[in-house]
Write a protein that binds this ligand. Structure first.
Ligand SMILES: [Cu+2]
Length: 173
């Protein structure tokens, strides 16, 4: 009996298995015990057919989902040693990215950090584009830059920006 219920469950996402299961249920109830073996055989064959029919359908459903959403470009910025470490090629503490880029801030240091869109003068003002949560060591947080512009960023956890945790992100059209 286990393969039958497995088959029914497998077919749930892709194939309208409701009616088939209903018919099976009725059959099992109406047929006397003597004919049970044949019922079991039919049930097993039906279940196999359902699995064969549902298998490829389920797979083709999943694959487009994975490819359908083209992932936007992602850039990684490292928070470490009380510095905001920009990707190789960034000059003058400024990261230049095209609009729509996802920037993932990764805390690779041993202490907490965060990322606030603010200049040092605006620190703790909370009026910038974003304020990340405080990130424990190993945690990361991502932000998608949707609007061109020049955005100063800093870590205001424990006023780390005073130790040099500042940078700029320039978003180009
Ligand atoms: Cu910090």
């Amino acid at each position: 009996m286990t393969p039958v219920s497995d088959g029914a469950r497998c077919s749930d996402p892709g194939v309208p298995a409701g009616p088939a299961r209903g018919r099976l249920g009725v059959g099992v109830r109406e047929v006397p015990g003597a004919i049970r073996p044949r019922t079991l055989l039919v049930t097993t064959l039906l279940a196999l057919a359902l699995i064969l029919a549902a298998g490829p359908a389920a797979r083709t459903q999943e694959e487009p989902q994975g490819e359908a959403a083209p992932s936007p470009p992602e850039v990684q910025v490292i928070l470490r040693d009380f510095q905001i470490v920009l990707p190789r090629g960034s000059e003058g503490g400024r990261l230049v990215i095209p609009v729509g880029t996802v920037v993932r801030f990764i805390n690779e240091g041993p202490s907490y950090h965060n990322v606030s869109q603010a200049s040092p003068e605006e620190a703790y003002g909370r009026q910038g584009l974003f304020q990340s949560p405080d990130l424990a060591p190993g945690e990361s947080w991502a932000y998608t830059f949707e609007t061109p512009g020049l955005y100063p960023i800093l870590c205001d956890f424990g006023a780390h920006y005073l130790l040099g945790m500042t940078a700029e992100i320039e978003v180009t059209p």
